[in-house]
Each structure stands twice: as structure tokens, then as C-alpha cells.
Write a protein that binds this ligand. Structure first.
Ligand code: MLT
Length: 411
């Protein structure tokens, strides 16, 4: 009989967010009158920026006429979008990139998983704990993890705990690793890395001939000056890092789908025979074979994000969400709940009141406040006793959720 991929059977639970959605659905079925407020998955709620919508419509109109019709586009994305990103998103940071170093995709979740295609399974991977579950689960799926212990740690993955004690900043792995996932601003803890901290990672990766997989999906939410928005702001990073970016949270594209991956030409990895080869070529080969590019109207819409008008509108929406983050953080602090994040990231990472378990708090919050969040333990064992609230709701709902939580836990 045909064999399935046994690695999938090593996965501990369903993927975190569908699992939460399932529980929420069950709750709603038995409590149809409950007015649920969803601050779980980081899904945007504000409409697309008007400039983006206009470009999206224009893109569709182009497809309606023979003279402007577009069939297959370049698998890597249209040059006009890539060059706009280079000019508007990277050059202002002092980062110069070539057109062939950026690959447009349908999102950074997909890319941070697909990138594993170009690395040998013998590579040792290090991930933070807690972590965006995609990094962990996809390494399990490709067969790099071995089995999990009772805590949920896989034998073949190196975990870097991020706890209150180390200010949610991971220490360097104690053993030799080849791939290191970093996400800044961080999902789920909402913390950021300073220039010095990122430089230390770049130096570490360079010295140890490791590659950093840098997820910058939330960079647009950085509000404090001096915090790097890209790992390439650090000298030497082009030789040791791949960066993922996303339009999902930046511009409300969670349902539209567009992201990008940067694979610099100078980034090398070794063949089985010991020869150093460019990963840019491999990723290009992978995309050319397995991907047909992002649709033309979506790329048109993505380019409009960087128009003066589009950027101003997008930043207004980000401010809206960050105001929510402030309301949640201050409101919970007033109720005596310890919170982190929420300043440079749209997530608030809170310590569960009374130290109750993350899933117990999930149940309490949904049952007693009708508020949905994400249990910290869903992001890894070190997330136990923590809980994540997302700032992507409407201001009205966020204020109401905070009110309900204060009523329940406030002094
Ligand atoms: C999250 O809530 O962590 C994210 O929305 C999930 C994602 O971006 O895939």
C-alpha cells in the first residue's frame, strides 16, 4: 500500500489557529446568545486602504481588455513591484538590494515553510520557544524533528526559551545549529530586537556558518526609533540571512495574499560535496518550478501600498491597531495583569492571572468574558502560563473586551 508521510503523525495537536477556531465554534453552538469578541488569531479587520482598492480595481480592469491583459506573470513577481519595494521599503533603511534578490509570494507563512525545500534535512534547526508554530510544525513535517517528549519538545529541534527572566530574548544555542529562525517584532511575545542584539546574531551566524531565517512580518508596527526594520540593516547580514516580509498585517492583505522573501546573491550554502553555492539560484529554481506567481491585480494592489497616498492610509490603519494595543495593555495593567509587547507589535503577551494554565485561562476568558485569545502554551512549552491578545479588532470591541476583563479580574 502507498506509504504516507509518517512525520505528520508526530505533530502534537491540530495547527493552533484552526484548533482555536474549532473550540470557538463549539462554544458558539452551545452559547448562541454570547457576544463573542475575537482577539485570537492576528487577523486584520479594517478595510483595505482606498489607494490599494483603486489599484486593485485598475488591475482587474486591465485584465478586461486585450491590450492590457496579463496571463502568467514572472514567478518571482513583476519587476515594477520588486523595484518599488527596493526603493520604498529598503533604500530608506540604507539597504540596497538587486531586483533578482526579492521574490514576491502569496505570504510569509508559506515562504517560511517552503524555504525548507532548499535545505538538507540533516541541518540542525533552532527556534525560539514560544514561537510562531509554523517554524516548528513544518520542520516536523519534513522529517527533521524526531519525536516529541511529554513537554512538546522535539528531539531533533534546538529550542531557545524566551522567558520573563531573559526578557523574552533568546540566548545563543548551546550546540552547533545550521538554521536559526528569528521573528522581530516577535510573534507571539511582541518584543523587538535592538540593533546590538541583531548584530550579535549576525556575528554568531557568520562565525558558526549558520543561516538566519528572519521573519519581519510585523516590521511596520515598530513605533520606537532605532529598532531595525530589516536584518539587512546589520552589516554582514546579506551573507547569513534570508528575510520574509508580508503585506498581511502591514496592509490588511490576510485575505488578499501577498508577501516577499529576500535571498541575497551572496548567501551561500554547501553541497554534499563541500562546494559553496548561491541559495538565490536554488530558491529561484524552486519558485520557477513550484509557483506561478501572485496574481497581477494583487501585485498592482501591493505596489499601491507604497504610493504616498497608500502609505499614509496604511499607516493610519496601523495607528488604529496600535491604539488598540495601548488600550489592551493599559487596561490589563490596571486590572493587575502583567503584560508585555504591544508597543512595537500588535500583540500583547500577558501573564495569566494567578498563574493558571494557558488553556484554562482560554476557557475562563471565553466562558466568563466571551473573549477569545490565544493560549501561550500553543506557541511552545515556555508559553505556558501566558496568553496572547491581538490588537486587530475594532476599537469598540477592544474597549468592550478590556472592560469585561477588568470587571472579572480588576481589584
Ligand atoms: C497569528 O495570529 O499568529 C497570525 O495571524 C498567524 C499567521 O500570520 O499565519
Amino acid at each position: 500500500m502507498t506509504r504516507l508521510n509518517d512525520n505528520y503523525l508526530k505533530l502534537k495537536a491540530g495547527y493552533l489557529f484552526p484548533e482555536i477556531a474549532k473550540r470557538v465554534k463549539e462554544f458558539s453552538k452551545t452559547n448562541p446568545e454570547a457576544k463573542l469578541i475575537r482577539l485570537g488569531i492576528g487577523d486584520v479587520t479594517r478595510p483595505l486602504a482606498p489607494a490599494v482598492i483603486k489599484a486593485f480595481h485598475d488591475g482587474i480592469d486591465d485584465l478586461a481588455k486585450a491590450e492590457t491583459f496579463h496571463g502568467y506573470g514572472p514567478e518571482q513577481g513583476y519587476d515594477w513591484l520588486i523595484n518599488t519595494i527596493i526603493e520604498k521599503a529598503y533604500l530608506p533603511l540604507g539597504v540596497s538590494l538587486k531586483t533578482n534578490e526579492i521574490f514576491i509570494s502569496d505570504g510569509s507563512k508559506c515562504d517560511s515553510a517552503n524555504i525548507l525545500d532548499i535545505f538538507d534535512t540533516s541541518n540542525k534547526v533552532a527556534i525560539c520557544d514560544p514561537v510562531y508554530p509554523v517554524y516548528n510544525d513544518t520542520n516536523v513535517m519534513v522529517g527533521r524533528s524526531g519525536e516529541a517528549d511529554e513537554k512538546g519538545y522535539y528531539a531533533g529541534i534546538v529550542y531557545m526559551p524566551c522567558t520573563e527572566e531573559n526578557h523574552f530574548t533568546p540566548a545563543f544555542p548551546e550546540q552547533k545549529v545550521d538554521l536559526i529562525y528569528l521573528c522581530y517584532p516577535n510573534n507571539p511575545t511582541g518584543t523587538v530586537a535592538t540593533r546590538e542584539q541583531l548584530k550579535a546574531w549576525v556575528d554568531y551566524a557568520t562565525k558558526n556558518k549558520a543561516i538566519i531565517l528572519f521573519d519581519a512580518a510585523y516590521e511596520a508596527f515598530i513605533s520606537e526609533p532605532g529598532i531595525p526594520h530589516s536584518i539587512y540593516e546589520i552589516e554582514g547580514a546579506k551573507s547569513c540571512a534570508i528575510e520574509f516580509r508580508s503585506f498581511s498585517k502591514t496592509a490588511g492583505f490576510t485575505g488578499v495574499r501577498c508577501g516577499l522573501t529576500v535571498v541575497p546573491e551572496e548567501l551561500m550554502a554547501m553541497t554534499a560535496g563541500g562546494e559553496e553555492l548561491s541559495l538565490n539560484k536554488l530558491w529561484n529554481r524552486r519558485q520557477g518550478t513550484k509557483f506561478n506567481g501572485v496574481s497581477y491585480p494583487v501585485q498592482k494592489a501591493a505596489a499601491a501600498v507604497y504610493s504616498d497616498e497608500g502609505w499614509a492610509q496604511v499607516m493610519e490603519t496601523i495607528s488604529y491597531y496600535m491604539e488598540n494595543a495601548k488600550v489592551i495593555k493599559e487596561g490589563l495593567a490596571n486590572a493587575g495583569i502583567t503584560c508585555y509587547g504591544g508597543v512595537n507589535a500588535p500583540y500583547i503577551w500577558l501573564k495569566t492571572p494567578g498563574g493558571i494554565g494557558s488553556w484554562d485561562f482560554f476557557n475562563k476568558l471565553i466562558n466568563e468574558c466571551h473573549v477569545v485569545g490565544t493560549p501561550g502554551s500553543g506557541f511552545g512549552p515556555s508559553g505556558e502560563g501566558y496568553f496572547r491578545l491581538s490588537a486587530f479588532g475594532s476599537q469598540q470591541n477592544v474597549a468592550e473586551a478590556v472592560n469585561r476583563i477588568q470587571k472579572k479580574w480588576g481589584k
